[in-house]
Each structure stands twice: as structure tokens, then as C-alpha cells.
Design a protein around this ligand. Structure first.
Ligand SMILES: Nc1ncnc2c1ncn2[C@@H]1O[C@H](COP(=O)(O)OP(=O)(O)OP(=O)(O)O)[C@@H](O)[C@H]1O
Ligand SMILES: [Mg+2]
Length: 320
């Protein structure tokens, strides 16, 4: 066994002491985490616990200030997001990020460009190999739309899709890069009951039919308990528990940090707030305000990888 393989012990993803410090805040603090290939793993924890920040470390938006995250034995530290995408990690975002003025199909084709080979020359002069590749990309994109159930919407503008369908489109775009690991950041947020049941089904099919490992951040405990085979719990940047769903549900530290705040009520309030922010009628007024959507910026880098990020994250990235 070579050294790299020995070090990651067969795990697809392995975080050792992963930490990022923003000023005085350790948003992710000394986290150890392993993900086995072929599993569905959930990352849960209260608001502000550091879940999205962990995804940002894993996908190269941030670099750990201490510790290390390995993907198939290779460290993601200091690697550009497109390199990590190329290694086989893709993601969706907590606040939906689509190219709203593009069609549904085009949004998936954009994701697929991470795997293309015709360079600038081919694209400019529309060489036969470029055209062949374009056709292939379109056919693949159609296949991904079919997989998430959006074939009938292929030519609609992304902006005109119902909310649950926009989340599924983001998932299709993430799948189009042919990842080994797909990271879903609150895919059920703002979904109604039937949309979230469809989502459960879709996530299972991603793992079972496509053999893609799923790393899931989710507040909806029904989704988490239905799907996750293993759960990690973050609180104030630190891992406070890990285990099987049944173990997590009865773990005193988790109950205190998370369930103790009447989690069901908090989730319900969040769901209602989101539904209301979409203009849908809800039975009772929400207890918490709808989270504000972060300003976002869609960028495509020179390798054709979609980089869509919060304007403030982009600023920090640009400054770094
Ligand atoms: N670029 C940054 N600069 C400074 N602080 C940051 C930055 N990114 C995240 N944080 C802080 O890190 C902490 C963790 O945030 P994060 O978004 O990861 O939480 P989360 O667990 O995803 O929460 P939620 O469930 O609300 O999405 C928060 O206190 C947040 O304000
Ligand atoms: Mg988050």
C-alpha cells in the first residue's frame, strides 16, 4: 500500500483537526470526521454551528488555518475550487444559486463544462470536436434533468421554476460534474412536506443508483433521520457528538445543544418563514423571520467551472 492510501485509511473524506479561524472566532474548531464511500452522512447542529463553513473548507472556498482535510488521500488545502471539483467533489448552496436568466437545461450544461476538453480554440472556431462535445454535453444534461424529474421544464427559465424544483435543478447541476461526493447544504430548506418527501427519494437514488456518496447538511430532522446512516453534530464549531441516528437522538449533549431548543418548533418556524417568503400562504404566522438571502455572484472561471458565491466570500477570496 502506498503512503497516501495508507494515510486516508480507505475513507473517501477524512478531516483531521480541521480548523478555520476568522479573527477571534474558530468557526470550525479541531474537527475530526471520516466519510466512507457509498454512505449518506449528515452534518447537523444549531444555526451558526459551522456546518456551511465546513463545506467551504472541503470545497476549497476557504483553506483550513489548522489541520487537514483529505479527499481520497489528497489534501484539499490551498487547492482551487475547480481542482477540487475535478477530483470529484460537488455541492449545492444553502441559498439557491442558479443562473436565473438561463434555461433549466443551460444551467445543467454549465455544470457539465467541468469535464470538457475542447479548449478556447475549439470553442472560438466551433471545430467538429467542439460541436460533438457540445452535443454530448446537452445529451448528458438532459439525462440529469430526467434523473431529477425536470425534463418537462428543460426550456423554462430557471427563475420561473417553483422553489422545490429550483433545489432539484441545483442538485442536477452538481451531479453533472460526475462527482464521487456530493455535498448538499440544506436541500430541504423551504420545501413543503411533499417536496421534501420527493427529495428523500432523490437523495437515496443518488446513492443507490449513481453510487455517489452524499454529505448532507440539514435542519429537517425527518429528512436526516430517514436518510443518514451516520451523523456528525457541530456546536460552536466543535464536534459534540457523532453516531448512528438512534444514538444521536438520545445523546444528552445533542439534546442540550440542539434538541433542547425545541428543535421541532424551530424547524417548523423556519419552514413557515421560508414558505411565506416565497409568497405561499401559511396557517400560522412564523415565529422567526425568514433568513435573508445573501447577495450572490455568478462567475465562471477559465476552466468553465461555475463559481457562484456570496459577494462577501468572493471579496475575501479576491483579497486573499
Ligand atoms: N467569512 C467569514 N468571516 C467571519 N465569520 C464567518 C465567515 N463565514 C462564517 N462565519 C461565521 O462562522 C460561524 C459559522 O457559520 P456557518 O454559516 O458555517 O454556520 P451554519 O452551521 O451553516 O449555520 P446555519 O444553520 O445558520 O446555516 C458563524 O458565526 C458565522 O458568522
Ligand atoms: Mg449553513
Amino acid at each position: 500500500m502506498n503512503k497516501v492510501v495508507a494515510e486516508h485509511q480507505g475513507y473517501l473524506m477524512q478531516a483531521t483537526n480541521a480548523t478555520i479561524q476568522f479573527g477571534g472566532l474558530r468557526a470550525v474548531d479541531s474537527v475530526n470526521m471520516n466519510i466512507e464511500a457509498g454512505t449518506i452522512v449528515a452534518l447537523i447542529g444549531p444555526n451558526g454551528a459551522g456546518k456551511t463553513t465546513f463545506f467551504n473548507l472541503l470545497t476549497g472556498i476557504y483553506t483550513p488555518t489548522e489541520g487537514e482535510i483529505l479527499f481520497e488521500g489528497r489534501s484539499v488545502s490551498g487547492k482551487k475550487t475547480h481542482v477540487i471539483a475535478d477530483w470529484g467533489i460537488s455541492r449545492t448552496f444553502q441559498n439557491i444559486r442558479l443562473f436565473k436568466e438561463m434555461t433549466v437545461l443551460e444551467n445543467v450544461m454549465v455544470g457539465r463544462h467541468v469535464r470538457t476538453h475542447s479548449g478556447f480554440f475549439g470553442a472560438t472556431f466551433r471545430t467538429p470536436s467542439f460541436r460533438r462535445e457540445e452535443r454530448q454535453i446537452q445529451e448528458d444534461a438532459e439525462r440529469w434533468l430526467d434523473f431529477v424529474g425536470l425534463t418537462d421544464h428543460a426550456n423554462d427559465l430557471a427563475a420561473n421554476l417553483p422553489y422545490g424544483a429550483q433545489r432539484r435543478l441545483e442538485i442536477a447541476r452538481a451531479l453533472a460534474t460526475e462527482p464521487k461526493l456530493v455535498c448538499l447544504d440544506e436541500p430541504a430548506a423551504g420545501m413543503n412536506e411533499s417536496e421534501s418527501a420527493d427529495l428523500d427519494d432523490l437523495i437515496l437514488r443518488i446513492r443507490d443508483e449513481l453510487n455517489i456518496t452524499v454529505f448532507l447538511i440539514e435542519h429537517d430532522m425527518k429528512v436526516v433521520m430517514n436518510l443518514a446512516e451516520y451523523i456528525y453534530v457541530l456546536d460552536f464549531g466543535k464536534l459534540i457528538a457523532e453516531g448512528l441516528p438512534a444514538e444521536i437522538q438520545s445523546n444528552p449533549a445533542v439534546i442540550e445543544a440542539y434538541l433542547g431548543q425545541d428543535m421541532e418548533a424551530a424547524i417548523k418556524a423556519k419552514r413557515q418563514a421560508l414558505l411565506e417568503s416565497r409568497g405561499e400562504k401559511v396557517a400560522t404566522p412564523p415565529a422567526t423571520p425568514a433568513p435573508e438571502a445573501a447577495p450572490e455572484e455568478a462567475v465562471m472561471d477559465s476552466d468553465g467551472v461555475v463559481m457562484v458565491m456570496d459577494a462577501d466570500i468572493k471579496e475575501k477570496n479576491d483579497a486573499a
